[in-house]
Design a protein around this ligand. Structure first.
Ligand code: PXG
Length: 463
């Protein structure tokens, strides 16, 4: 692979980064002391940093590079679209070919009667659209008091004021005055840490019934929608018990509550189907997509809306939209990405090749002394780290085991994220069995090293 060497030395780049670049979800002073790792190029599932190290990307960037890095087709489509029509808006009764073609393609791909697409620039923006959309829907149906949106603790739906309110991240709510009014949260279906003595199936039902209890408490006449990720991603790849989603669906149907499935991570092949809703048999009224829609090559998100809701919204002017709604370059790139995913049978590759191969290696980690639970759906997986497997115990110092393990991953040139003491992976969907073996060899080494370090420092203590 050709190396680009015309950038500055790493230390100079790090100094400029520290002086001027504020990073998301980062303590700036701490990073400035350490220096950011600088990624200079990527190909397939491999990243190269400014020191020339080759790193295997177990996170597909930020859960988004489904098609893998370095696809010339996407670059060429972007260049062509920039030449032909770099920008035009979709306001004022105007449209353009990329937005039309992508909306039509998404309507074809999305399950059921999810046939109407409202574009955004990101998942956060799309979820902000959803807040206004579901409330406006009920207002137009003559039920303006149906404004409450129920979400879940430890959910992630974005970082804007609206979407951050939908999310259930306590650390986010603690800063900047979130949540906005009329967003409430119920508990997540995290059996490993919160299931106590219940079986996973009983626990799944119990957690779903919190939705019914919350609706009863508020009155169904107040509740507009329930929003959830089919599988919580940023919360630590919390895979719900099989009993959970059918019960949630029953409750939403019984109480006339709109169901919003946030597929920003689970969409476009991640779970072994085009959408997580298909994996779990969920029938949402609205689906949020972003990330894998363009494999991260261009920023684009969307709300995909069912016939009944779209029809009510279409009755008058919906006073909502973004300069970059349906941006032609992003839409063209997304369309080409979807073409590649389909033509190269990437979803089938996840289901029939990559998942089964990764599953063997991933679940074998259940025998590792640090690992209490292994979960893998399609190509999104998690490991719960624990000081005591039998008790499913949490660590006395939450997050430290995860942090140390992530550091050992970096040191072994593999990227795996930690969410407190859960390790998560979501590699590009095109990963081959040989690459999965390399990934898993490095992950195993990192776990061994983290365990040795924690034992040496007396950190294997339960809370
Ligand atoms: N919904 C879900 C389910 C997400 O995972 C968003 C919405 C927001 O999308 P945008 O495009 O606005 O970022 C996300 C984003 C992490 C991490 O650390 C996860 C996300 C974003 C940033 C970090 O796991 N997910």
């Amino acid at each position: 692979m050709q190396q680009i060497t015309n950038h500055m030395p790493t230390a100079e780049l790090q100094a400029l980064d520290a002086a001027h670049h504020m990073h998301p979800f980062t303590a700036g002073h701490g990073l400035a002391r350490k220096g950011a790792r600088i990624i200079t190029r990527a190909d397939g599932v491999w990243l190269t940093d400014s020191e020339g190290a080759r790193i295997i990307d177990g996170m597909a960037g930020l859960w988004c590079v489904n098609i893998g890095y370095g696809r010339r087709e996407l670059a060429e489509v972007a260049a062509r679209q920039m030449t032909e029509l770099p920008y035009y808006n979709t306001f004022f009764q105007t449209s353009h070919v990329p937005a039309i073609a992508l909306a039509a393609r998404l309507a074809e791909l999305a399950p059921g009667d999810l046939n109407h697409v409202f574009f955004a620039g990101s998942g956060s923006e799309a979820n902000d659209t959803n807040i206004r959309l579901v409330r406006h829907y009920w207002a137009r149906k003559g039920k303006p008091e149906k404004t409450v949106i129920i979400s879940r603790r430890n959910a992630y739906h974005g970082s804007s004021v609206g979407s951050g309110s939908l999310g259930g991240m306590a650390a986010m709510h603690a800063q900047g005055g979130l949540p906005i009014p009329d967003v409430v949260h119920i508990d997540q279906p995290n059996w490993f840490l919160e299931g106590g003595d219940m079986s996973p199936e009983d626990f799944g039902i119990a957690r779903a019934r919190q939705l019914e209890a919350k609706i009863a408490e508020l009155g169904a006449h107040r509740v507009a929608a329930f929003i959830a990720e089919p599988i919580q991603g940023a919360g630590g790849v919390i895979v719900p018990p099989d009993s959970y989603w059918p019960e949630i669906q029953r409750i939403c149907d019984a109480h006339d509550i709109l169901l919003i499935a946030d597929e920003v991570i689970t969409g476009f092949g991640r779970t072994g189907n085009w959408f997580g809703c298909q994996t779990y048999g969920i029938r949402p009224h609205v689906m949020t997509v972003a990330k894998g829609l363009s494999s991260g090559y261009a920023p684009i998100g969307a709300s995909i809306i069912c016939d009944a809701v779209a029809d009510v919204i279409a009755g008058d002017e919906f006073n909502h939209g973004y300069t970059y709604s349906g941006h032609p370059v992003c839409a063209a790139v997304a369309l080409e990405n979807l073409r590649l995913l389909e033509e190269e049978r990437v979803v089938e590759h996840v289901r029939d090749v990559a998942h089964p191969h990764l599953a063997k290696r991933w679940h074998a980690l259940a025998d590792h002394p640090l690992v209490g639970e292994t979960k893998l759906v399609g190509l999104m997986g998690s490991l719960a780290l624990t000081p005591d497997k039998a008790a499913r115990a949490a660590f006395a110092e939450p997050g430290a085991a995860g942090f140390i393990t992530r550091e050992r991953c970096f040191a072994n040139n593999v990227i795996m994220r930690h969410v407190y003491d859960r390790m998560v992976i979501a590699p590009p969907l095109v990963i081959t069995p040989e690459e999965i073996d390399i990934l898993m060899d490095r992950v195993t080494t990192a776990l061994d090293e983290a365990h040795a370090k924690m034992r040496a420092e007396g950190m294997l203590k339960a809370a």
